[in-house]
Design a protein around this ligand. Sequence first.
Ligand code: GDP
Ligand code: MG
Length: 699
Amino acid sequence: MAKQINVALIGNPNTGKTSVFNALTGLNQKVGNYPGITVEKKEGICKLPRGVKAHIIDLPGTYSLNASSLDENVVIELLLNKNDKDFPDVAVVVSDVENLKRNLLLYTQIKDLEIPTILVINMSDRMTYKGIKLDIPYLEQKLETKIALISTRKNRGIDELKEVIANYKELSVKPCLNASEIDTDYFDKLRKAFPNQLLYKLWLVITQDVNFGKVDRNQIDAIHSFKTKSEADLKRLQQKETIKRYQFINNTLKKGQTIDLNSAKDLRIKLDRILTHKVWGYLIFGIILLTIFQAIYDWSSVPMDFIDSAFASLSEWTKHLMPEGAFTNLIAEGIIPGLGGIVIFIPQIAFLFLFISVLEESGYMSRVVFLMDRIMRRFGLSGKSVVPLISGTACAIPAIMATRNIESWKERLITILVTPFTTCSARLPVYLIIISLVIPEGRFFGLSYQALTLMLLYLIGFGAAIVSAWILNKVLKIRSKTFFVVEMPNYKVPLLKNVALTVLEKTKSFVFGAGKIILAISIVLWFLASYGPGEQFNNAEDIVTQQHALDNLTQDELDQKIASHKLEHSFIGIAGHAIEPAIRPLGYDWKIGIAIVSSFAAREVFVGTLATIYSVGSDEEETIKNRMAGEVNPILGGPLFNFASGISLLLFYAFAMQCMSTLAIVKRETNSWKWPMYQLVIMSAFAYLVALIAYQFLK
Ligand code: GDP
Ligand code: MG
């Protein structure tokens, strides 16, 4: 059997690790999470020369081995734990040729761990433009390693890199500098106390507050008890260590690298000046955002309509083809529409991530983050929260997936929790029909009341998101580093391969991650709506036919009456009746109750359910509206949908967490049921309260 070797890709953020990973593994990759935390774990397989296979991990970007974030912990824990099944046989440090000095700090630290290490210098295509020249043999000798000078963009040097990885046994494991010179006595004592341990590992354990849970606990306690220096002294020593490393790097680069400063940097500076400008910057970003979301609406509507009708036909077709019965109904009315409810999200997810990854790849996103950070930070959000919050106006599903770019866990969690407040497109059909029923048609300074109401609802959505972010920021006790953008990457034309893989991977992770839950809940909801206990449900046909025996109804009208009767006596119908006492103070009756319960599948189902209950065909919007307008409040008399109950419903839908798909994606992205359940309970309770107050106040 061919031996498989473990390779870990390590490096500063934005050096091209993921690009190298993509170049090495192509489509042989999978993305998961590290156990228990939500840091993304990318692994893949690469075939090396001479039949060697490599298992490659793309580790999170890290500036050094002095951990300050969740992501960096992952890297350290792996490198210190020889028993981890992913422990690398060879570490590949990816650096970018334009920032060698900063990148090499991490490299020298990893060398101290005495793992065979390769230095990849990526983006070699930028060297001529930047006037950079490297003396590779000299650098290899000084840095005690093999260097692969590559460009993933131009696909240069990848084969050579594979060759070097395959020959990893020839690599030196010698550190390239002696960091223990910063305090020789202390390190000698350490070495004597733990003769079998790597000196640098001891040092990391002593100086860091990392969760070394996976490393042998007894050992760690023993090492910690050896802390003979005060915290302040240790801090000072750490600073000395960093200075020492930079001295070494500076000396090495003085000879190994020459930079001809006459090369052009102008374009970048000019672009930065405009794109991060106090006025133009926001304006340009606003225009780009608008264009993107317009495009998402426009471009997705075609495939979404297609998916919608394709699944409807498939369901029809299955019904015709298979023998009548419960099993056929399960497939045709439960499973197929359930799958359709998953696939329908794919166009929006794909388009959003197409744009996001182009913005990221081009380097523009870093400017946006820089711009928006100033504002968002005040609310406990990150500059990167802007994209999810705005994308939420299309749909919360892709929006919540887009929070993965936020490095700080706390900011990411807050963004995930508040995004469902933004008005997604599924609320629109509900808003539109209720607004047209209860808001008068007049105009106010040329603006129609109805349009103003709709706009107000959007603003309320954003407002609720921002305010709750601010509150969560105060309430949540999560220690998590906020990320400062140290350096802005250069502008680049996006790599098609990276963009394509991002889109593919996001779509896959939605379909297989959240898809399962969505399918399960939609089957349950289908079951509850299509079955019921007792005579009224089971003999619906006979009962309704008898009731209307003298009414001279067409077959269509009769079918609609039967469907309505069945829904009323199905389990969901019973639930609708059961919650009536609770929702009557909000101005609703049991019919609205049924519509609320079923719209948990997706908010827009509200209108269709009412259509079924009022036994009108669901495509005739005017008829539904007329029917709704004619409904009488069973207790108070007068129209059921009046100003008070209409506003109450609008507010309820603005705030309630009425969407199983969102809950599913939040579960997937936070890796626990805790957060989606909080969302469900708190948002729904709040929605109830607001709707209650509104109705009682207005009625
Ligand atoms: P990571 O953060 O380390 O995973 O880096 P990525 O792989 O996401 O790449 C960061 C940026 O560098 C992206 O915009 C890439 O398109 C770009 N990039 C990656 N490799 C190259 C390269 O060889 N040449 C150039 N010019 N840009 C590259
Ligand atoms: Mg990456």
